[in-house]
Design a protein around this ligand. Structure first.
Ligand code: PMP
Length: 381
């Protein structure tokens, strides 16, 4: 016999990003602007804390919800940054990456047949996550005209007033778009008016280059209907440590923990020691990485400008989202990879509104980035 995948799994296409990397892995001398992953290592102090915890033999499970010390630091961090008060015992859950938090939240709040509005272009995990949870994804496309910011018009155009849940992500992967507090306010109003649960992926919150990050949970009536995701992968360059967290009202966090306690037990212990150190003592390292990303961002934007390629001014994360000079972004990306050995991701990988664009990750050293931009220029001319 052969084992047949379930219908749910069958309906989810393979990730458009992975396919590209498999191609790129077979070639030499590739410069990859493809991965959404910092090129830095985690700050040394965080790594050292992980090593020390291992030397001390701290290799057991932690509490299901994560080490209390870590939850307290997360609560302090949110209070200082946004004035949001989360109870470390009831309103914070430490997870295996923000990825687990996204999956848990969807499974905890979505019933079969519920509609989940997904702001697109979007991070590749949301739509599959909705399907695995038994919900129906409703794409809410955003466009370059609004700099890929979510607007109330876009929500109505997609019919999101009928949705049960709204999932959004600013600073955004793949576009690099950000939203200010003033721009988020009408979105919060829409969510209240139409009684939506909001899942806000703020994993790039510390990589906002032109204005302070604003959390949608801070608006009146929003904290009780919002679950916020964050984590250590991006700002702290800790992708491989697999540590994230979710914050929200007690009933939502409790529901998520009910899944987490059976499917994960607890997030990686060694990573939790690193994360405690990261929150306590790595602010300078984060600031240094942010500065470097910002330098690269300006380089990438100005190089596209010089090439005559339209590229909206991305203000966050580590992505630029230029217009693709060819009609088919998949063909362009594949030809660029074959001819100039530069890997980037076609916009089609990110759902509606993605076609016609390319995702360029500048989480790559400045020298490689310059070389890659030279190669792109050579390719298009
Ligand atoms: N959300 C977004 C928007 C991301 O870009 C990523 C990582 N690519 C994640 C979540 C998952 O991050 P983690 O490593 O914490 O699982």
């Amino acid at each position: 016999m052969t084992i047949e995948p379930s219908d749910r799994v069958e309906t989810v296409p393979p990730s458009g990003i992975r396919r590209f990397f498999e191609l790129a892995e077979e070639m030499d001398d590739i410069i990859s602007l493809g991965v959404g992953e910092p090129d830095f290592s985690a700050p040394w102090a965080a790594r050292e804390a992980a090593i020390t915890s291992l030397e001390l033999g701290k290799t057991s499970y932690t509490a299901n919800r994560g080490k209390r010390e870590l939850r307290e630091l997360i609560a302090d961090d949110q209070r200082e940054r946004y004035g949001l008060d989360y109870d470390p015992d009831e309103e914070i859950l430490v997870t295996s990456g923000a990825s687990e938090a996204v999956d848990l939240a969807l499974r905890a709040v979505v019933d079969p047949g519920d509609t989940v509005a997904v702001v697109q272009p979007s991070y590749v995990s949301y739509v599959p996550g909705v399907i695995f949870a038994g919900g129906d994804p409703l794409p809410v496309p955003t466009t370059q005209e609004t700099e890929f910011k979510l607007t109330v018009d876009a929500l109505y155009e997609a019919g999101a007033e009928e949705a049960d849940v709204l999932i959004l992500c600013y600073p955004n992967n793949p576009t690099g778009a950000t939203m200010t507090a003033a721009e988020l306010e009408p979105i919060a109003e829409f969510a209240r008016e139409h009684d939506l649960v909001v899942l806000s992926d703020e994993i790039y919150s510390e990589l906002s280059y032109e204005h302070d990050h604003a959390s949608i949970a801070t608006f009146p009536g929003m904290r009780e209907r919002t679950v916020v995701f964050n984590g250590f992968s991006k700002a702290y360059a800790m992708t491989g440590m697999r540590l994230g967290y979710a914050m929200g009202p007690p009933e939502a966090i409790d529901a998520m923990n009910r899944i987490h306690q059976y499917t994960m037990l607890s997030a990686p212990t060694t990573a939790q020691f690193a994360a405690i150190e990261a929150l306590e003592n790595c602010e300078d390292a984060v600031a240094e990485m942010r500065q470097q990303y910002n330098r690269r961002r300006r380089l990438v934007l100005s190089r596209f400008d010089d090439m005559g390629i339209e590229c909206f001014r991305a203000k966050g994360a580590f992505y630029a989202f230029p217009e693709c000079p060819w009609e088919d972004s998949g063909e362009f990306a594949e030809a660029l990879l074959q001819e100039q050995k530069v890997a980037l991701v076609p916009g089609t990988a990110f759902g509606e509104g993605g076609e016609g664009h390319l995702r360029v990750s500048y989480a790559t050293g400045l020298e490689d980035l310059k070389e890659a931009m030279d190669r792109i220029e050579a390719f298009i001319s």
